[in-house]
Design a binder for this molecule. Structure first.
Ligand code: ZN
Ligand code: ZN
Length: 341
C-alpha cells in the first residue's frame, strides 16, 4: 500500500509505495482509509516533541480518519465489508477502573494509531472492532474524518465543563478544534465569545455562529470579556491553545466559580498560576483529554442531524501530505485540512 512515512524528525514525510498492509487479529478491523485529517499534533510529532517511548521511527502519522471496512477479524460481528465507518482512536484495555467508568481516554494502557501505532496517512489502517463507529450516508468521508478529534475533542471538553443553555463560553483559539467548538457550544445553547490572533479566523468564526469575536492580541482583552458579561467574566472558558500566554489572560476572564477547560497543551511550557486568585475565585480548572467512544457516537449523531458542519478548508492527495502540513504550520488553513486517499 501507499503510505507517507516519517523517517526522521524535523524532515519531510517520504512516500513508501510498498508499505505493508496491517495484519489484523481476530478482534480487529482493517479500514480502507478514504480521508484523514491533518492535525496540529502531527506537526508536534514531526518535530520530535513527543516522548520517544510514544513515537517510534519509522512512523506513519494520522489519528483522525474515515473509511470503509475492508476486512474483519474472525471474532468480529456486524462489520460488513464496505460499511462506512470512523474510529475512536484511543485503544484502551477495557479492564481498568477508568475503562469500566467509561473514561477510557484515561486508561493507563492506551495505544493510538498515528502515535504508538501506525496511523492513517496510508491506504489502510487497523483498529479494534470496539473502536469502530458506523456512519450514515449523509456525511462525506472528508467531513467524517475530522469527527474523532477536531469535533469530538471540544465536544468532550464542553461536556466536562457542563455548559448549560444561556451560559457564556469563551473559545480561545479558532483552529481546527475552535471552529467546531463554536458550533457545539451553540448547539448546547451557549452564548459564544470567540477569539484568535488571526483576523481571517475571526471572520470564519462569526460565520459559524459566534455571538461575539475579538482579536486576542487586543491589550484590553480581559476588560472586553468582562464588558460582554456584565463585568463577571465568562461561565466557561475553553482554552484550545494552552500556552502560558493564553492562560495568563484567559483565566482572569473567567468568572468566579467558573470552569476553565484546558484542552490545548504546549510541551515544556508550564503554566503559572496566582494561587491567591485561584483560591479566592474558586475556579474549576479541568484538564480535558481527547474524547471517549461515546463522545464520538454523539458527535456523529449531531453531525448527521446537521447541528455540526465539519469545516474542511483544503483537501490534498495522500502524496501531497507535506504540502498540507506546511500549510497548517503557516496558519493557512481555516478549519481542517484533509488528506484524500
Ligand atoms: Zn489531533
Ligand atoms: Zn483501561
Amino acid at each position: 500500500m501507499n503510505a507517507m512515512v516519517l523517517k526522521e524528525f524535523n524532515a519531510a514525510l517520504v512516500i513508501d509505495t510498498a508499505a505493508e498492509i496491517p495484519e489484523i487479529g481476530p478482534d480487529e478491523v482493517l479500514i480502507k482509509v478514504k480521508a484523514c485529517g491533518i492535525c496540529r499534533t502531527d506537526l508536534k510529532i514531526q518535530k520530535g516533541l513527543f516522548d520517544n517511548r510514544i513515537i517510534h521511527l519509522q512512523h506513519i502519522m494520522g489519528h483522525e480518519f474515515a473509511g470503509t471496512v475492508e476486512r474483519a477479524g474472525s471474532r468480529v460481528r456486524g462489520m460488513a465489508v464496505g460499511r462506512r465507518v470512523v474510529a475512536h482512536f484511543y485503544i484502551s484495555c477495557g479492564k481498568c477502573r477508568f475503562c469500566k467508568e467509561g473514561r477510557e481516554n484515561l486508561c493507563s494502557h492506551i495505544t493510538r494509531p498515528g502515535f504508538e501505532l501506525a496511523g492513517a496517512y496510508a491506504q489502510y489502517v487497523k483498529v479494534p472492532a470496539d473502536n469502530v463507529v458506523p456512519l450514515g450516508d449523509r456525511i462525506s468521508f472528508e467531513e467524517a474524518a475530522v469527527l474523532p478529534d477536531a469535533v469530538a475533542t471540544p465536544y468532550h471538553a464542553l461536556r466536562m465543563g457542563e455548559l448549560k443553555p444561556g451560559e457564556s463560553v469563551l473559545v480561545v483559539g479558532l483552529g481546527g478544534l475552535g471552529i467546531h467548538a463554536i458550533q457545539i457550544a451553540k448547539a448546547l445553547g451557549g452564548r459564544v465569545i470567540a477569539c484568535d490572533i488571526d483576523e481571517a479566523r475571526l471572520k470564519v468564526a462569526a460565520g459559524y455562529g459566534a455571538d461575539e469575536v475579538f482579536n486576542a492580541r487586543d491589550d484590553a482583552r480581559v476588560e472586553k470579556v468582562q464588558d460582554l458579561t456584565d463585568g463577571d467574566g465568562v461561565d466557561v472558558c475553553l482554552d484550545l491553545v494552552g500556552t502560558p500566554a493564553s492562560f495568563a489572560w484567559a483565566l482572569p476572564s473567567t468568572r468566579k466559580g467558573g470552569r476553565y477547560l484546558l484542552v490545548g497543551y504546549a510541551p515544556n511550557q508550564p503554566l503559572q498560576i496566582d494561587t491567591v486568585l485561584y483560591h479566592v475565585c474558586e475556579w474549576r480548572l479541568l484538564g480535558c483529554r481527547a474524547s471517549t467512544r461515546q463522545d464520538l457516537v454523539e458527535v456523529v449523531e449531531l453531525t448527521e442531524k446537521g447541528l455540526i458542519k465539519p469545516v474542511i478548508d483544503r483537501v490534498y492527495a495522500l502524496e501531497r501530505a507535506n504540502e498540507g502540513l506546511k500549510d497548517l504550520a503557516e496558519g493557512k488553513i481555516l478549519g481542517r485540512g484533509v488528506l484524500r486517499m
